[in-house]
Design a binder for this molecule. Sequence first.
Ligand SMILES: NC(=O)C1=CN([C@@H]2O[C@H](COP(=O)(O)OP(=O)(O)OC[C@H]3O[C@@H](n4cnc5c(N)ncnc54)[C@H](OP(=O)(O)O)[C@@H]3O)[C@@H](O)[C@H]2O)C=CC1
Ligand SMILES: CC(C)(CO)C(=O)C(=O)O
Length: 317
Amino acid sequence: MTESTTSPAARSATLPLRFAVMGAGAVGCYFGALLARAGHAVTLIGRPAHVLAVRDNGLRLQTAAMDVQVPLAASTEASAVEGADVVLFCVKSSDSEDAAQQIRPHLAPGALVLTLQNGVDNDERVRAVLDASTPVAAAVVYVATAMGGPGHVVHHGRGELVIAPSPRSDEVARQLTAAGIPTQVSDNVRGALWAKLVLNSAYNALSALSQQPYGPLVQVPGVTQVIADIVAECLAVAAADGVTIPGDVQAAVRGIASTMPGQYSSTAQDLARGKPTEIDHLNGYVVNRGAALGVPTPLNHALQVLVKLAEMKRATD
Ligand SMILES: NC(=O)C1=CN([C@@H]2O[C@H](COP(=O)(O)OP(=O)(O)OC[C@H]3O[C@@H](n4cnc5c(N)ncnc54)[C@H](OP(=O)(O)O)[C@@H]3O)[C@@H](O)[C@H]2O)C=CC1
Ligand SMILES: CC(C)(CO)C(=O)C(=O)O
């Protein structure tokens, strides 16, 4: 096909883009590394020890299929988003406003900010901080990754995204998919984020408070009934909020314990490392929406409070 017969969209799908990753942790490093390997210009923005390691040796990307050093740019400064076509916004949900404030003065006009986070309202919270002209699209992240240490990301499974529509979403989805990150654009990302929120609300706090992986957790008498009751509260809030949750959420909830029996929730991992959890954006979100909509959520509230107490204890140990 000659240049003149190629549509602008098709042409742009073949051109490398400039990506910045705001919050270069497990999720941002994994996707950033794949994009850099596909020829895109990628800058990671993260903490000093990680940035130094990446600058010295590149990012070590360890998956079942490869263990490679990926050269890419890294900075501790939010100003490194300058010139990016797309910002992968990958901080924890509790850091969204701060991180958005930090990148705001440096974003190029029209840069797309993609929120790759758990929790259902990060896109709204980021949009509220950024200039009204900046497109922000939520992404549902289906991946299991962890940091192996500074400059080292370990992939444990999956790696797809579902992203919300925006002026650049189709183009970006094509580029991501071509880079080995299967990406769909969906007009029900909120529903898909809610589906994940239900799983997180059902399992994360219980795994965190007991420091148990999902397999042994559900063997304890009473746990599956508690999970069913938590899920019922979440679904009542979602219904009152007009959210259509795609797929069979009950089957997805049951499937977690059998498909990931050895997995500890991210909340359990945060607590074990003495890091703040995202609980206010998981069970806590269900509680707040429930309160606003007049739907009682006593189990979600109890779990939120218990995790906050455990965070407090961990911080003072
Ligand atoms: N890991 C996974 O497999 C999955 C994670 N998710 C979700 O993705 C999101 C990101 O998770 P994950 O990557 O695991 O989290 P990480 O904690 O590994 O990564 C976030 C990184 O951003 C850093 N950071 C925060 N604020 C700034 C800032 N202002 N400037 C520079 N760096 C900053 C953090 O540093 P510090 O810790 O020092 O604050 C941390 O290193 C979360 O919402 C999570 O729930 C979703 C699906 C799977
Ligand atoms: C799906 C689940 C519950 C898997 O661990 C998760 O997203 C988390 O740990 O935060």
